[in-house]
Design a protein around this ligand. Sequence first.
Ligand code: 26A
Length: 348
Amino acid sequence: MCDRISSNVREGILVGCGNPLLDISAVVPLDFLQRYSMNEDDAILAEDRHMPIYGELVEGYRAEFLAGGSVQNSLRIAQWILRQPKVAVFFGCVGEDRYADILKEKASSAGLDVHYQVKRDVPTGTCAVLITGTHRSLCANLAAANNFTIDHLEEPGNKALVENAQYYYISGFFLTVNPPSIMQVAATAHAKQRPFLMNLSAPFISQFYMAPLLAVLPYVDIIFGNEAEAQAFAEAQNWPSGDLREIGKRLVALDKLNPARPRIAILTQGCDPVLLIQQDSVQEFPVTKLAVHEIVDTNGAGDAFVGGFLSQFVQGKSLDVCIRCGNYAAGHIIKNPGCTYSGEPEFV
Ligand code: 26A
């Protein structure tokens, strides 16, 4: 039974920026990954040699089309749990095509307030999702998403939305697109002493985008990541890799602009406990292990974790409630295709 109690938070309290992508998802054999020199559970940017993947998935593997894009996924999930429209505002760039219409429809029907920048003559971005058992490998063709510019945030209506928000969330993925926009949002959050949250997003971000990541990190109050992303960060910093707890402690100890609010790291590790790292303390939050037959695909699990977390964080709930809701949302999304949900949320 569902009691349909909606939350009561202000509209537009949460602002996110990211890459709006339509996921093209299919179950593929391992040699499909090998043919494209891809690894299980990876996330990469498409190069020319990856371009045939999308057609191949549609023609040979009965691919499904699903709304994706990491930040947009998280915000859709937060909206689903909040049951109150327009709490979250999303900025990103799309083309002027049917894929953009699908993304907008899915986001709006989830309650998200989307303000896309539209780039004519460039197609909306897509992401190949290659499912092998309980793993998923992502190959993003950003296309229009890569054309996001800071002037979109400077349009009067959008500027007001950014200034009036209380919480900000941007993926590490967006560092590949427009670091100046990220810095601007981070600086706004800092000036108004409001929380700014980021995600390590994928190992390649730490490998190839460390400079812009380090530039924004002093503004970051909460950093999310999974075990592979945290290891990649450690490696890129020449830290001894291995112990996730130690990596987390070093991550929270890196320079921070507002020392009154020490950085928090939240590191997920699949079905192993989530780690909450604050200064010298590490707390563990258990994850309910799903049976293999319950798993549809793990695409979007990390995004859903953040979405569940944000849904509680914007209500001022304690970090342990936020993390429990993150685990609830991730568990739910894994039982559904891509980052989609079914029915009413059951988190109490
Ligand atoms: C810049 N890159 C590589 C990306 C992404 C991305 N979202 C933004 N930028 N690569 C994959 N995704 C999205 O991640 C979700 C799963 O966590 C996919 O669209 C997918 O929905």
